[in-house]
Ligand binder design. Structure first.
Ligand code: SF4
Ligand code: SF4
Length: 347
């Protein structure tokens, strides 16, 4: 990978150049929570100063710009003797500034599902190809455990990735597009001092993690604990609200339904994100539900993230952002659930 440094004024200039020709999305402060802490969301910005690059985390992941909550896959209209359909894959170029490593790693996992399997999604692919990503390092929050699942560092999936060295950014170049962007501003070759400052920052970030989750042998532990009573304990708390999947940067389950006009002349096929915790997720014809209990649905969410995905792609589907734990009204979160299973095994 190539590296450069960029003075902060040059980075502002770069974002302003991008703003002049593209839609730019970034972390914006949108309010405060009940404890008075700032809330942030990835939203379109029209000026550099709207970006809150020092945000801790956003309520929703930037995944929504690649996998929207709801989208029309195609629309159709019947005429008297014929019918037409409209399918749109094209999207306008977009830049996302300020994605953290965990969210970029979340996209890399979605890439495996939506760009490489037997049926790649043209909708996802077009958004991915038309979106330029500028990531940024940050100190982890107290509940963040991305380091435990290997998602605190990025090697791919971005164009530029910035690490804040106070007076300047240390910039990793992740693509030809990123390299081309840096030609438009005064990026400098890195010096020994830059390298030393960057390594010191990496140590500071690594030392700042307060939450650690032992995921070694987790898939086999999940096999062993498939019938554990702990699933009922956690399942009995679950409200089946689906919030955990909605805020997760890697959950991608969806349903497709038809929206038809009252005169049956036109309609659309609509894709909508789903959650395996919702009551009807495993409902099939005849009103049969393969996962009728809250514990069975909660369990399968954990099995998909930490076992099924490992079997398919050799890595967990969780990037350790703890958004699900933060969104859950009853306090269900991966570090506590996994620690409970590990304690059960030791007992
Ligand atoms: S911590 Fe929760 S929200 Fe974040 S990636 Fe893992 S399962 Fe998804
Ligand atoms: S685990 Fe929490 S957020 Fe997820 S469905 Fe259950 S109650 Fe809702």
């Amino acid at each position: 990978m190539l590296f450069r440094t960029l003075a902060k004024a040059e980075f502002r200039k770069l974002v302003e150049l991008l703003l002049a020709a593209n839609e730019v999305v970034g972390p914006k402060r949108v309010g405060t929570n009940v404890r008075g802490e700032p809330l942030h969301q990835f939203l379109p910005v029209s000026a550099f100063d709207e970006l809150a690059l020092d945000y801790a985390n956003t309520e929703f992941p930037p995944k929504t710009y690649f996998l929207p909550y709801r989208e029309d896959l195609c629309s159709y209209r019947f005429g008297d003797d014929d019918w037409t359909q409209d399918i749109r894959y094209q999207v306008h170029p977009r830049v996302i500034v300020g994605m953290h490593a965990c969210d970029i790693n979340g996209l890399v996992k979605l890439d495996k599902v939506f760009t490489r399997d037997t049926f790649p999604s043209p909708y996802y692919l077009s958004r991915r190809k038309n979106t330029l990503i500028i990531g940024i390092d940050h100190l982890p929050g107290p509940k963040c455990f991305c380091r435990s699942v290997g998602a605190d560092l990025v090697e791919r999936g971005f164009d530029l990735f910035l690490s804040d060295l106070d007076t300047r950014y240390f910039v990793a170049i992740g693509s030809d597009r990123g390299f081309g962007l840096l030609q438009r501003v005064d990026a400098k070759a890195i010096t020994d001092e830059d390298r030393a400052d960057y390594l010191a920052l990496r140590h500071r970030i690594a030392d700042a993690f307060e939450t650690h989750v032992d995921v070694q042998n987790l898939p086999s532990l999940l096999d062993i604990e498939f019938e554990s009573k702990l699933w009922k304990k956690w399942g009995d708390k679950c409200l089946s609200c689906g919030a955990c999947a909605m805020v997760c940067p890697t959950c991608y389950c969806y349903g497709v339904h038809e929206r038809v006009s009252i005169d049956f002349r036109c309609g659309a096929k609509v894709k909508q994100l789903h959650s395996c915790n919702l009551l009807d997720f495993a409902m099939v014809a005849g009103n049969h539900n393969f996962r009728p209990t809250r514990e069975s649905r909660l369990k399968y969410r954990y099995y998909h993230q930490h076992r099924g995905f490992v079997e398919a792609y050799d890595e967990p589907n969780c990037v350790g952002c703890n958004r699900c734990g933060h969104a859950c009204l009853v306090g269900i979160n991966p570090p506590d659930v996994i620690a409970d299973l590990q304690a059960e095994e030791r007992r």
